[in-house]
Design a binder for this molecule. Structure first.
Ligand code: AP5
Length: 216
């Protein structure tokens, strides 16, 4: 499958992407996960991105586009990909269309996860993430807790709260989403590529996405 996942912070993009990638080996490409790994490694890209991310702002388009142009041409994308958190601005969406055209790739579907704001706020304040950059399993203290001593059930690394999960940063991320990313819904709606999914159950959403992919 070749799909884009759109949705506000906390809508469940990462959770849905992981479930879908188990289906057929399509690779989950999360720009947030890639950037957090760069920050942890203190790479030049990570050093530049850190301040934007910590306050909940978007990292500049030119940095993201350079990173994604390289990522989408790696051989593991041949099996399919799930773009989680990219594109996030109109400029990124237009650049993605140009890149895919150049590579001769057609998107199967653009998924919009449409989840109410109160559900999102609750999820973000209760989310925890595996600190191992190669794992990054997502937990939730209410719906999917880590082990009793706060370790990842998959790799045993500590499970932590992200730096952009303060109340201030969460509100800023939601505001940034409304201003810069929500317009992408109209961008993809106008040429018929977008489908809305509003279930608050990730498993139900994944079932509906599978059905949409089968029926075209
Ligand atoms: P990113 O990591 O992409 O963060 P985000 O979009 O804010 O999305 P989240 O990861 O917060 O949420 P999600 O929708 O994946 O939800 P999840 O599945 O975790 O980006 C971080 C930062 O990087 C950005 O702020 C920006 O600075 C930068 N960045 C990234 N991409 C960029 C780009 N393209 N351009 C510029 N800058 C970029 O679920 C949330 C919680 O809810 C979890 O605890 C989960 O367990 C729980 N949950 C999910 N679904 C359910 C359910 N159905 N029922 C119960 N609990 C659930």
């Amino acid at each position: 499958m070749k799909i884009v996942l759109l949705g506000a912070p906390g809508a469940g993009k990462g959770t849905v992407a992981k479930l879908l990638s188990d289906d057929d080996g399509s690779v989950q490409i999360s720009t947030g996960d890639i950037l957090r790994a760069e920050v942890k490694a203190r790479s030049p890209l990570g050093e530049e991105a850190r301040a934007y991310m910590d306050r909940g702002d978007l990292v500049p388009d030119d940095l993201i586009l350079k990173m994604m142009e390289e990522r989408l041409q790696r051989p593991d994308c041949d099996k399919g990909f799930i773009l989680d958190g990219f594109p996030r601005t109109l400029q990124q969406a237009e650049a993605l269309d140009r890149l895919l055209e150049r590579l001769g790739i057609r998107l199967d579907l653009v998924v919009n996860l449409d989840v109410p704001k109160d559900v999102i706020l609750d999820r973000l304040t209760t989310r925890r993430t595996c600190a191992n950059p190669d794992c990054q399993e997502i937990y939730n203290v209410k719906s999917k807790p880590p082990t009793a001593d706060g370790k990842c059930t998959k790799c045993g690394s500590p499970v932590v709260q992200r730096a952009d999960e303060t109340e201030e940063a969460i509100l800023f991320r939601l505001e940034t989403y409304n201003r810069k990313t929500a317009p992408l819904i109209g961008f993809y709606e106008k040429d018929g590529r977008l489908r809305n999914f509003s279930s608050i159950s990730s498993r139900e959403t994944v079932e509906e996405i599978r059905k949409a992919l089968r029926t075209g």
